[in-house]
Design a protein around this ligand. Structure first.
Ligand code: FEO
Length: 403
């Protein structure tokens, strides 16, 4: 466990960040998400006549949170424990909080209570279920709640403090980014948006339509939002409008005019084909990015795919199928289901094919529009095969450009 490096930080009048910075973590969700720049687990204490803790931290970081909390409030004075989302990176310290503050009432959605009871020994804990529009009066500050089911769990909700125009939306608008600064204007802006886009692409892509609907619901309600304090990364105090607009763009766009060429190869033949596809794309003036699937950063590769309209997938055939690395990527795409892609399959094989058929089936399953037939080469691609790859890359890029 690491020592706290920062005291509590007041993010707006009477609301304090009491979370933890995890500089070291490189794998999140098991091995699913590569957190190249670490992350934070943000918890916030709202102090008025009454006090509420909004979310907790991943259990190994509980002592960081408690040290910050105790400098602000004796825990037997905590009135409410707001649980916006039960995933354990946010609720993991709940047992310790409830042990230190058994008088506190847990405020969450109905699905939140169900999930908390499944995760923890919660028999003695007091719950208050809330729905959209419900509020808790802290005396001078109001916590009002907005359910956000499937953004990204059934239990998810946002907490809003109207007097401060502060939204605490848990995972939404977050970034896996460890930093010494707690605010958007204290970190490199390009790095911030890079991590925010990776986060959206890898976690929220399946929920594009729900994201769009939820943002429009908030806009129609004309909530005054000046500060967005998510549960990972920095607090948006200077550019809250930018991240909301970015989310709307990511939720509604099929991606940029760009082609991602992602491949796996055994003895280099499919690699030569991949580079020929890249040449064809490049000749049209459309940007191409090449990824060797087993060695590329998977989280960045997925983000590149989600944020680009063109996708060329190539793989050598092994045992009539794709390689394990390509199979993993295809399975991830089947789950994420990025919309509006234009695709091409290619690959080399020896005495029998199979890889392009596997890729074609996944492209069909997730609704990719194919740019021509798949390109296959036997053993080593000939000059004619490579010319076909180049022509296919050109066609793919032209279709991307006109889409
Ligand atoms: Fe950051 Fe869904 O937990």
């Amino acid at each position: 466990m690491q020592e706290p490096v920062l005291g509590p930080i007041e993010i707006v009048d009477g609301v304090f960040w009491v979370g933890a910075v995890d500089w070291d973590v490189r794998e999140f969700h098991g091995h699913h998400y590569h957190t190249a720049r670490g992350t934070t687990y943000n918890a916030y204490l709202v102090k008025a006549e009454k006090a509420a803790l909004v979310d907790t931290v991943h259990a190994p970081f509980a002592s960081d949170m408690f040290e910050r909390l105790r400098s602000l409030l004796p825990l037997d004075r905590l009135d409410y424990m707001i649980v916006n989302h039960v995933e354990t990176d946010h609720s993991g310290s709940l047992p310790q909080v409830m042990a230190a503050a058994p008088q506190a009432t847990i405020v969450c959605t109905a699905n939140g209570e169900k999930a908390i009871r499944k995760h923890y020994q919660a028999e003695s804990w007091r719950f208050q279920q809330v729905k959209t529009g419900d509020a808790v009066d802290l005396g001078g500050r109001t916590l009002s709640f907005l359910e956000a089911p499937m953004l990204h769990w059934p239990d998810s909700m946002f907490t809003y403090v109207p007097e401060l125009a502060l939204l605490m939306p848990n995972d939404a608008f977050g970034q896996h980014l460890a930093s010494s600064g707690r605010f958007d204007d204290e970190v490199d802006r390009a790095v911030l948006m890079d991590e925010a886009s990776k986060y959206y692409a890898n976690i929220l892509t399946p929920f594009d339509k729900l994201v769009e609907r939820k943002i429009k619901e908030v806009q129609q309600a004309q909530l005054d939002i000046r500060v967005i304090a998510p549960s990972h990364g920095v607090v948006w105090r200077k550019f809250p409008g930018d991240i909301v607009q970015a989310y709307l763009g990511w939720a509604t766009s099929a991606g940029e005019e760009r082609v991602i060429v992602a491949y796996d190869t055994m003895w280099g033949s499919t690699g030569r084909m991949a580079r020929a596809v890249v040449e064809g794309v490049t000749e049209t003036g459309v940007e191409a990015r090449l990824h060797l699937v087993p060695t590329s950063d998977r989280t960045e590769l997925v983000r590149d795919i989600v944020e680009s309209r063109g996708l060329a997938l190539g793989c050598a055939t092994i045992n009539k199928r794709v390689t394990p690395a390509m199979a993993g990527l295809l399975e991830e795409l089947r789950g994420l289901r990025p919309e509006g892609k234009i695709g091409l399959a290619f690959g080399s094989h020896g005495w029998g094919g199979g890889a392009t058929k596997v890729i074609e089936a996944v492209m069909e399953d997730i609704g990719v529009t194919r740019a021509g037939d798949s390109i296959e080469a036997t053993y080593r691609p000939t000059a004619t095969d490579l010319a076909s790859c180049k022509a296919a890359g050109r066609l793919l890029a032209e279709m991307v450009r006109s889409s």
